[in-house]
Design a protein around this ligand. Structure first.
Ligand code: GCB
Length: 594
C-alpha cells in the first residue's frame, strides 16, 4: 500500500491533533449510532496517541471495548474532480470508520494502515465529520491473541504477552487526493551485479494510461528510465544502500495519457541485496553482524502513539551506542520509523503482531489453556495471522532497511499442532516476498531438538535469558549451559541471531558484588552472553532486550513495567549502555575500516 505523499498530482492533509473522544465500555454507540452527530461528553484525545495514560482514572487505563474518536475536516476546495481518500496509519486493534452517516471502512489488526475512497461522501470545499470506533479487545481470533474473562469487578482482558495493551489511534490520519486514474501500487526488488545496480519494478494502476519510470540519484540526476508497467532498470556505477549509509535513489513513476502526466508518485529506493548462505547473513554479498535491540513503541503519557521527537532521539541513541539494527518487536512499527531507518542505514527485522501464541507460560496468563485447538488458536486465527503477514509485506516490502521477516514472537513451537499451524504461513511469506529470508523468535520452552518450526526458518532467532530467568545470579552455570545450548543450534548450519538476552535492572541500584536487579549485574549478564556468542561463529547478531524500559500489565515480576531496558523509559543510560557502546562501536569501526 502506497504511503500518502505530496507530488505534482497529489496532495495530503494530516488530520492529527485533538479529536472529540468518548469511552463506550457498554457498546452503546453502535446501537445509538453515535456517528450521526457530535459524540456525547466533553472529552478530547490527541491523535496520534494511546488513550490509556491520558486520564487520571483506572477505568481509562484498563478500559476494555470501544472508544470513539471524532473530528471535522474541510475538504480542500481545489480537490474538485479528484479521488479523495481517508487513511488511518493504525487503529489498535480494530476500527470502523464513518464519514458523515456513511460507513466507509472497517479494519482488523492494530499496526497496519487502512484506507477508504470517500469521494462519494466528501465534496471539495465541504466540511465532513469523521468518526471512528476503536476496539481494543483481544480474542483467540485476534493477532495478538487474548481472552476476556468475567471477574467480580467486571470483564477483564487476559493476554499472553509482556507489554501493556495500549490502544487508540496510534499513528497519523490523512485525507489525501489523487487523480481519478492513478498509480495504485509500486513494487521494487533490487539487485547488484558487480558495479551495476538492478531495480526490478512493477507498477499497478487504476484507470487507463501508460506508465513511465525515471530513476534519479540522491542529487536528482537521472540514472535510468523505462516505459511500461514493469521492467528492470540498470544503474551503472551504482551507489548501494548499505548498513551505516542509507543511500537512496528516487523512482519517479508517472501515469500518462496522450503524452500528458495524469498521476505522479515518487518512491525512495535503496539498492542492496540480502542473502543467507550457510551460517552467514550477507548484505550486498558481505557478512553482516546485527548489533542492537528488540524495542517497543512505548513512551510516557503517549503510550504507543508515534512521536517524531522520540523517533529521532531513539535512533540517535542507537547510533551513539553503536547499534546497527533492531527488531520491530512485537508488531509492525510506524512507517516513519522504517523510512528513517532507510535514510540512515539501520537494518531492520520486521515483525508481525503475532506475539503470545503460547499458553505455556503460566505467569503470562496462559494457565489452563491449550494453545492450538478448535476453541483457542485455530484455523480462523491462522487466517487473521495470514492477513497480518499480507498487510505487513504489502506495506514494508520496498524498504531497503528491512532484511528479514519475523512472522511470530515466541509461539508454542515444540508441538505437531505448531508445525501444522506455521507451515502454510512460512510458505505464504515466501510467496509474497521471495527476496527476503523468513524467521520467527524461538523461546526456551522449545529448545534445540524439540522445536518443530525452526527447520522452516532461514535464520534461527533465539530469545534466551541465561543469567536471568535461567541460573539467576549464577553466571558461571549460565555461561556453561548457554554455550552448550547454542552449540547445538549452530549444528543446524544456519545463521543465528540472538533476538533477546538481558536482565531486569533498576537504575541507580548498585553493588560491589553484582546482584540481580543492579546495574552491575545487567552489565555482567550482557558480558557473559558476549563471551558465549564470540565462541560460536554461527552467531551473526545480538539484540539486547530491551532498548528502553517499557510499560506492562501488573505482575509480581514487573516493577513499574519491564526493566530490561539499557535505557530507562525516559531514555537515560544505565551502566550497561557504556559496556555495549565499547563493544559495538569497536566492532563498527572494524567493519568500516576493513
Ligand atoms: C520474552 C518476550 C518479551 C518479554 C521478555 C521478558 O521472551 O519475547 O516480550 O518482554 O521475554 O522480559 O520477559
Amino acid at each position: 500500500m502506497l504511503r500518502p505523499r505530496d507530488t505534482p498530482t497529489r496532495e495530503r492533509k494530516p488530520l492529527d491533533g485533538l479529536w472529540r473522544f468518548a469511552f463506550d465500555a457498554e457498546g452503546a454507540g453502535r446501537t445509538e449510532e453515535w456517528w450521526r452527530g457530535p459524540l456525547p461528553g466533553a472529552l478530547e484525545a490527541p491523535v496520534p496517541a494511546s488513550y490509556n495514560d491520558l486520564f487520571p482514572d483506572p477505568a481509562a487505563r484498563d478500559h476494555l471495548g470501544d472508544v470513539w474518536y471524532q473530528t471535522r475536516v474541510r475538504v480542500p476546495a481545489g480537490w474538485r474532480d479528484r479521488r479523495i481518500v481517508l487513511r488511518f496509519d493504525a487503529a489498535t486493534h480494530r476500527a470502523v470508520v464513518w464519514v458523515g452517516g456513511a460507513r466507509v471502512a472497517e479494519h482488523e489488526g492494530g499496526y497496519t494502515p487502512f484506507e477508504a475512497d470517500i469521494t462519494a461522501h466528501a465534496a471539495a470545499g465541504d466540511e465532513v465529520r469523521v468518526t471512528a470506533v476503536v476496539d481494543n479487545t483481544l480474542s483467540w481470533q485476534s493477532i495478538p491473541p487474548g481472552v476476556v474473562e468475567e471477574a467480580p469487578g467486571g470483564r477483564r482482558q487476559r493476554s499472553f504477552h509482556d507489554f501493556f495493551n495500549y490502544a487508540g489511534l496510534h499513528r497519523s490520519v490523512w485525507l489525501y487526493s489523487t487523480p481519478v486514474a492513478h498509480v495504485s501500487d509500486v513494487t521494487v526488488v533490487t539487485g547488484l551485479d558487480g558495479g551495476r545496480g538492478l531495480v526490478e519494478y512493477r507498477v499497478e494502476t487504476a484507470g487507463a494510461g501508460d506508465v513511465r519510470v525515471v530513476l534519479r540519484d540522491a542529487a536528482g540526476a537521472e540514472v535510468a528510465r523505462a516505459q511500461g508497467a514493469s521492467g528492470v532498470l540498470e544503474v551503472p556505477d551504482v551507489h548501494p544502500w548499505r548498513p551505516g549509509e542509507g543511500y537512496l535513489y528516487d523512482l519517479h513513476v508517472e501515469l500518462t495519457a496522450g503524452g500528458a502526466v495524469v498521476d505522479a508518485y515518487a518512491l525512495p529506493v535503496g539498492i542492496r541485496t540480502v542473502e543467507v548462505r550457510g551460517t552467514e547473513f550477507l548484505i550486498n554479498g558481505e557478512p553482516f553482524h546485527f548489533t542492537g535491540f528488540g524495542r517497543h513503541e512505548d513512551t510516557p503519557v503517549r503510550g504507543k502513539g508515534h512521536d517524531d521527537a522520540y523517533l529521532v532521539h531513539d535512533f540517535e541513541l542507537m547510533r551513539w551506542i553503536g547499534a546497527s539494527s533492531f527488531r520491530t518487536s512485537h508488531y509492525p512499527y510506524a512507517e516513519e520509523v522504517l523510512e528513517y531507518a532507510d535514510r540512515h542505514g539501520f537494518v531492520v527485522i520486521d515483525e508481525t503482531a503475532a506475539v503470545g501464541l503460547n499458553t505455556g507460560l503460566g505467569l503470562l496468563g496462559g494457565e489452563g489453556y491449550t494453545t492450538y485447538s478448535e476453541d483457542t488458536v485455530n484455523a480462523a486465527t491462522r487466517e487473521v495471522h495470514a492477513q497480518a503477514i499480507r498487510e505487513l509485506v504489502a506495506r514494508d516490502r520496498n524498504h531497503p532497511s528491512v532484511v528479514l521477516w519475523s512472522i511470530a514472537n515466541e509461539p508454542e513451537s515444540q508441538t505437531d499442532a505448531a508445525r501444522a499451524y506455521f507451515e502454510p504461513l512460512f510458505a505464504l511469506t515466501r510467496e509474497l516476498d521471495p527476496s527476503r529470508p523468513v524467521g520467527f523468535a524461538n523461546m526456551v520452552l522449545a529448545p534445540h531438538g524439540e522445536c518443530r518450526v525452526s527447520e522452516l526458518a532461514d535464520v534461527i532467532m533465539l530469545n534466551r535469558y541465561y543469567g536471568w530467568y535461567l541460573h539467576t545470579g549464577d553466571l558461571a552455570s549460565a555461561e556453561h549451559a548457554w554455550l552448550a545450548a547454542l552449540e547445538a543450534w549452530a549444528g543446524d548450519g544456519k545463521p543465528i541471531v540472538i533476538t533477546e538476552y538481558g536482565a531486569d535492572t533498576v537504575q541507580g541500584l548498585h553493588g560491589v558484588v553484582a546482584q540481580p536487579w543492579s546495574e552491575e549485574y545487567q552489565t555482567a549478564v550482557l558480558e557473559m552472553n558476549h563471551r558465549v556468542f564470540d565462541r560460536v561463529p554461527a552467531v551473526v547478531g545480538e539484540h539486547v532486550w530491551n532498548f528502553a524500559d517499557f510499560a506492562t500489565g501488573p505482575g509480581i515480576f514487573r516493577v513499574d513495567g519491564n526493566r530490561k531496558g539499557v535505557f530507562t523509559r525516559d531514555r537515560r543510560p544505565k551502566a550497561a549502555a557504556y559496556a555495549l557502546r565499547r563493544r559495538w562501536r569497536s566492532s563498527l569501526l572494524e567493519t568500516l575500516t576493513k
